[in-house]
Design a protein around this ligand. Structure first.
Ligand code: HEM
Length: 263
């Protein structure tokens, strides 16, 4: 066994792996939440649908996506292995090492919180990601004013095999030039999913679990990596609480709530 493999298989190695993969997933959450804010634009879903095309076709982002799937798997697998090893060694679960200021409830329930997030994630990927990539999401054609970028109309399109998202401008020199944008209508898939009360409830529960999991996990990962110097401990703690415990979960939770009640 090589020294890296041996290190990753040790208890501290697994914790380092959990920290690094966890911090990478935290970064993903910031990007994902910011991108999804396009859902709130008053443009019949055009910006969100164009953003989805960019996320699924731009090669560097596609590569990062594969890294993301691998990271999720690694984080889950090493979390379970660490918890089982801890359980065998002593009757205290992963993350139960108390540190000043950490939420003790969250720290001793990281596995349960992680499991709720996993159930959320599997449902989430099945509802949106799988449907977008492999399901039969409807194609739509947007009519956009070239002058001011406003969306004039949206019509459904008959889908054809091997159809690709594209756009073109029609300028006949008589009427104002119009841009046509042809994309898959993922916006409507999201809108429809968030009419279901159980999906909204699962998302709210998922966001609560994410908030608790990350408030503890974010600062715990800095401790594991030896980066919790007293001079920055307060900053890390506040970042964990404000960004990952409050802002990100509220941003995500506002999406199902908005569609359920207002759209
Ligand atoms: C209400 C909040 C959310 C909405 C509306 C939403 C929406 C979407 C949509 C439409 C997709 C598929 C399209 C795409 O790949 O760009 C997607 C993918 C994904 N979502 Fe979310 N999401 C939300 C929250 C979350 C949360 C909290 C997590 C993590 C815990 C998450 C993790 C993922 C992952 C891992 C993917 C696959 C990304 C990829 O293939 O690159 N999402 N989400």
């Amino acid at each position: 066994m090589g020294s890296v493999t041996r290190f990753l298989d040790s208890s501290i190695g697994r914790k380092v792996l959990m920290s690094l993969t966890g911090l990478f997933l935290c970064t993903f959450l910031i990007v994902h939440a910011s991108g999804n804010l396009q859902l709130f634009k008053n443009d019949m879903g055009l910006a969100f649908n164009q953003y989805s095309v960019f996320m699924t076709t731009f090669t560097p982002i596609k590569i990062v996506s594969y890294l993301l799937y691998a990271t999720i798997l690694l984080h889950v697998i090493s979390g379970v292995r660490l918890a089982l090893a801890n359980k065998a060694a002593r009757p205290v679960s992963y993350g139960a090492s108390k540190m000043p200021g950490s939420s003790s409830w969250a720290s001793s329930n990281m596995m349960v919180l992680g499991f709720i997030i996993l159930i959320f994630l599997v449902t989430h990927m099945a509802n949106f990601w799988y449907k977008y990539k492999f399901g039969d999401v409807e194609w739509v054609k947007y009519e956009v004013s070239v002058m001011d970028g406003s969306v004039i109309g949206k019509t459904t399109m008959p889908s054809a095999p091997h159809m690709q998202p594209h756009e073109y401008v029609v300028n006949d020199g008589v009427s104002a030039p119009i841009k046509y944008v042809i994309v898959k209508d993922l916006y409507s898939v999201v809108q429809l999913a968030f009419q279901e009360v159980w999906i909204v409830a699962l998302y709210l529960l998922g966001m609560l679990a994410i908030a608790y999991h990350l408030v503890h996990g974010f600062q715990s990962s800095f401790q594991t990596l030896g980066l919790r110097h007293p001079a920055i401990a307060g900053i890390i703690r506040n970042l964990g609480i404000w960004v990952f415990g409050i802002i990100i979960p509220i941003a995500f939770a506002s999406m199902p709530v908005y569609f359920f009640f207002f759209a």
